[in-house]
Design a protein around this ligand. Structure first.
Ligand SMILES: NC(=O)c1ccc[n+]([C@@H]2O[C@H](COP(=O)([O-])OP(=O)(O)OC[C@H]3O[C@@H](n4cnc5c(N)ncnc54)[C@H](OP(=O)(O)O)[C@@H]3O)[C@@H](O)[C@H]2O)c1
Length: 263
């Protein structure tokens, strides 16, 4: 029986790197992203060059209906899902006061509702092919109180917490749940720019999606619980526990003031 890895947000950035990395490891894929994001071309490229089967679903993951539509597609095409990667995410965009309500709701839907519901709807399928794995892409922002990342950080805190609890529950079903919490990633053009103008320490926290995808997949295959990739990031996690709040506030302010207005 052919097994598949389903990856949300696979059209670009980390999700695309994860898709290519799984294909290199001979895994068949189901790729999900918004319409007109180059998914048909990416799927064709992977099929023709990496000799794995690829299905793609172009859909807006900010609606609850999208999860039911994906689940229906999987059932109709009889695709056993061995690995589920919840990667699609809406990144942060600035001060809470300046964000419009529609953006906030979309961020919560894509980052919180969709991964939760997708796991729920695909769980029986995954149980039937267990051992199986879930990889949830969270963020270091899930641990810190960061201005300009308020809703984003909170959505990722949800994902990290949800994943840790779910992992305990699913142990008996032989489905592992791994959470990866990257610092910065050089994915979008804006982030590549931002990541160049921050301090030396912050620059050292940034990974390329190609490296992050390898680390994430290896952690998932080793059934690790939670991983913060990168040496400096691991040090920052320890430092965060030691530093008093007022120093952390000063550091965050200094870094964030360097970003362009739209960041
Ligand atoms: N970049 C960072 O610095 C960073 C750091 C830590 C964690 N992360 C996490 O890593 C994950 C990937 O981030 P990234 O930097 O690779 O982001 P990205 O380049 O913006 O890619 C996000 C992916 O999610 C998809 N997506 C977003 N909204 C969607 C929607 N409504 N419906 C369907 N697909 C949607 C995008 O599809 P389209 O191409 O169709 O828009 C794209 O494939 C996210 O969960 C993010 O929170 C990122």
């Amino acid at each position: 029986m052919k097994a598949y890895t389903l990856i949300t947000g696979a059209s670009q950035g980390l999700g695309k790197s994860i898709a290519l990395e799984f294909a290199k490891r001979n895994m068949n894929l189901v790729l999900v992203a918004l319409p007109k994001s180059g998914l048909p071309e990416l799927s064709k490229f992977i099929k023709e060059n990496m000799y794995v089967e690829v299905h793609y679903i172009e859909i807006d993951l900010s609606t609850v209906d999208s999860c039911y539509a994906i689940s229906e597609y999987i059932t109709t095409h009889n695709l056993p899902i061995k690995n589920l990667v919840n990667n699609a995410g809406v990144l942060s965009r600035g001060l809470f006061d300046n964000l419009d309500e529609a953006f906030i709701l979309k961020q919560i839907a894509v980052n919180v509702t969709t991964p939760t519901l997708l796991i729920k709807l695909l769980l029986n399928n995954m149980k039937s092919v267990a051992p199986a794995s879930i990889l949830n892409i969270s963020s270091m922002a899930s641990f810190f109180a960061l201005p300009k990342k308020q809703v984003y950080g909170a959505t990722k805190a949800y994902l990290t917490s949800f994943s840790k609890s779910l992992r305990k529950e699913l142990k008996t079903t032989n489905i592992s749940v791994t959470t990866i919490c990257p610092g910065g990633l050089n994915t979008t053009t804006r982030l590549c720019y931002q990541n160049r103008i921050v301090s030396w320490v912050t620059r050292k926290t940034v990974l390329n999606p190609e490296d992050a995808s390898k680390i994430a997949i290896e952690a998932m295959l080793r059934k690790q619980r939670l991983i913060v990739p990168g040496f400096v990031n691991k040090c920052l996690m320890i430092l965060d526990k030691l530093l008093p709040e007022f120093i952390k506030d000063k550091l965050a302010e200094k870094e964030l003031n360097k970003f362009p207005k739209a960041a």
